[in-house]
Design a protein around this ligand. Structure first.
Ligand code: FEO
Ligand code: CA
Ligand code: CA
Ligand code: CA
Length: 618
């Protein structure tokens, strides 16, 4: 167990989907051949062609770089002309009363509650009264590392359990740049943690629902905590959205193996076999025992909204639905409604869109804009058209539709997808991209047949699909779509497994996950994939970050991470001269000592990347 990656753990515990429907036809394997453009009217593989490798990649921000080769080094590699520095690491104290990270004990519950959380993921930077606040998610803990001081490599004492719990949630730290180096402002009043014990107000249609009531909250309006926050979002009104993903892995049942899941618990993977995923939170907090509190899992799996300044209480946004949220990409429709694109990262789950009831008011109070609206799931037709299906047509009660959004989306006939990860909207064109990371069940399970948008059996490498809403309006219910990139290994395969024509031996990668556009319109692609560098993945090296051109389809490798890490989370300083990149779970299988080296415990960290000439980088 202790050498499994999180994805492997998740996969072992992935629920067999119950009660879903997929009306997509099985598409012919003859279509979609490498380099061809034969997928009907609009769905096509990019035809950038196998042009000779350019010596320099040019970004839309005007800077150039020499794309780097894949590698398996235990370091962060960037092109010549760029440099990196560590900004924050797991366990770094945020105030002078908290001790520095102790590599022997890996901290205590008390120290962890006052220190940077573990496994940084989605992030954004905010200006608060002239100060700069970096806000980031702390998705989970690597049990074999956090509890590496224990023989079992799992939490043993109550303090161990609570230490792990306090490593989850969000970290907010004031940062400043001194002598060209970014650093945390110790003891800043803006430094704080949001943890699995922080109080949240429930807002939106499911507030007060019977499904949300527990013995500690008989009104169903107030929830303690957020955890397993994966990707994020940023609203035009300056708040931070954190997305609760694998929340199911924290619940166990005191009945143990005698615990029988309901259909809904099966669909959401709650307490399979009566067990959690090794966090043991029920040991110190009985609400994580579903035998005692069957509704507690309904209170998690939402998108939460947090004020970086800490003036407003954080809220759980029930209108955006409950599933394994990846990120929340916020745009405005042409008539001012907030539109939020949302992925549900599980094999065969769906892509969603929320459209607010009310409209954005520039300079006004938009704090309730995400409280009410309509939720849709995507249907990708094989002819390159698509539509957003309104979940209200599922024929369920309003609160059920949101709490069990997966079931509602199945009922309306949405298209099962290959694990939707981040969605990114192009700031210069009305289009959005979703990373479909991989899916070993595609074409293998009856509930997940091949379709044009998910065309590859077992999809080991993943792909990126994009859509353009009709009338160039994110509020339109119809869109056209195509495949931006089909990852693959062209050194081994000449069929679909070789990838689309914009994938070459020089830029190949697998399992796209993080996606974000910079201000200039470059699409940055981060990977969370197989880093074995063997067999089908030979030549891909460690996880990486690449820059894609949305028009030409060209993709260039910009960064390679240390061993066994994932690269996830990306933002920029207001002057666009620093790019902040997240390095998550280096050494998750015991093979890294990054960033400190030697015998050090590997630690997730955020790095700042700059151009040596001080120019803009995004
Ligand atoms: Fe936390 Fe889907 O990645
Ligand atoms: Ca992710
Ligand atoms: Ca992933
Ligand atoms: Ca991750």
């Amino acid at each position: 167990m202790d050498t499994q990656s999180f994805d492997e753990w998740d996969e072992q515990h992935a629920p067999e989907r119950a009660g879903d429907t997929d009306f997509d036809g099985v598409m012919s394997r003859r279509l979609f051949l490498r380099g061809s453009a034969t997928l009907g009217a609009a769905a096509f593989v990019m035809t950038a062609g196998l042009a000779p490798k350019p010596a320099m990649a040019a970004s839309k921000a005007g800077f150039t770089f020499s794309p780097i080769a894949a590698n398996v080094a235990d370091t962060v590699t960037v092109p010549d002309g760029f440099s990196t520095q560590i900004v924050v690491r797991w366990g770094d104290p945020m105030n002078s009363a908290t001790p520095a990270f102790d590599h022997a004990s890996r901290g205590t519950a008390k120290s962890q509650a006052q220190a940077v959380g573990d496994n940084n993921d989605g992030m954004d930077l905010f200006e608060v009264e002239g100060r700069t606040v970096l806000v980031f998610n702390n998705e989970y803990t690597n049990r074999s590392i956090t509890f590496g001081n224990r023989d079992s490599k799992l939490p043993e004492t109550d303090d161990d359990v609570n230490k792990g719990k306090m490593a989850h949630g969000l970290t907010l730290v004031e940062v400043t740049e001194r002598n060209s180096q970014w650093q945390v402002v110790m003891d800043s009043p803006l430094n704080r943690r949001v943890t699995p014990d922080t109080a949240f107000e429930v807002v939106g249609p499911a507030r007060g629902s019977d499904l949300l009531k527990t013995s500690a909250d008989k009104a169903g309006t107030r929830v303690l905590g957020t955890f397993n926050n994966c990707g994020n979002g940023r609203t035009p009104w300056g708040t931070y959205l954190a997305c609760e993903e694998n929340f199911n892995g924290y619940f166990s049942a005191s009945q143990g193996e005698g615990f029988v899941q309901t259909d809904a618990q099966k669909r959401y993977g709650i307490a399979s076999g009566g067990k959690d995923w090794g966090y043991a939170w029920a040991q110190t907090d009985s609400r994580f025992d579903v035998s005692a509190e069957p509704n507690e899992p309904h209170r998690h799996g939402w998108v939460v909204e947090v004020d970086p300044a800490g003036r407003r209480q954080p809220v759980k946004l029930t209108a955006l639905g409950r599933f394994k949220h990846e990120n929340a990409e916020v745009v405005l429709s042409n008539d001012g409604h907030a539109v939020v694109y949302l992925g549900d990262d599980e094999r065969g789950e769906f892509l969603y869109r929320f459209v607010s009831r009310d409209t954005y008011v520039e300079g006004g109070d938009n704090s309730a804009l995400l409280h009410h609206g309509e939720l849709f799931a995507a249907k990708f037709h094989d002819d390159g058209r698509g539509e957003w299906l309104n979940l209200k047509d599922a024929g369920m009660q309003d609160d059920e539709t949101l709490v069990f959004a997966r079931m509602a989306a199945s009922r309306v006939g949405a298209t099962t997808m290959d694990r939707p990860e981040w969605v990114a909207a192009n700031p210069h064109k009305t289009e959005a991209y979703v990373a479909l990371t991989n899916n070993k069940y595609r074409g293998e399970r009856d509930s997940q047949p091949l379709n044009a948008a998910n065309p590859r059996t077992k999809n080991p490498y993943g792909h990126i699909v994009r859509w353009a809403p009709e009338q160039a309006d994110h509020g339109s219910d119809a869109f056209t779509w195509d495949v931006y990139a089909m990852a693959g290994n062209p050194t081994l395969h000449s069929d679909l497994m070789g990838g689309s024509s914009n994938i070459t031996p020089d830029n190949m990668f697998n399992s796209p996950d993080g996606l974000k556009f910079d201000a200039a319109g470059n699409l940055w692609i981060q990977t969370d994939g197989n880093y074995s560098n063997e067999k089908g993945f030979a030549g891909m090296g460690n996880n990486q970050m690449l820059m894609g051109d949305p028009e030409t389809g060209e993709i260039h490798r910009f960064m390679v991470g240390p061993k066994e890490c994932e690269i996830t989370g990306l933002t920029w300083s207001p002057d666009r001269k620093t790019m902040f990149v997240g390095i998550q779970h280096p050494g998750e299988k015991g093979g890294s000592h990054w960033p400190e080296g030697g015998d050090a415990v590997p630690r997730s960290a955020i790095v700042a990347v700059k151009r040596n000439d001080g120019g803009i980088i995004g």
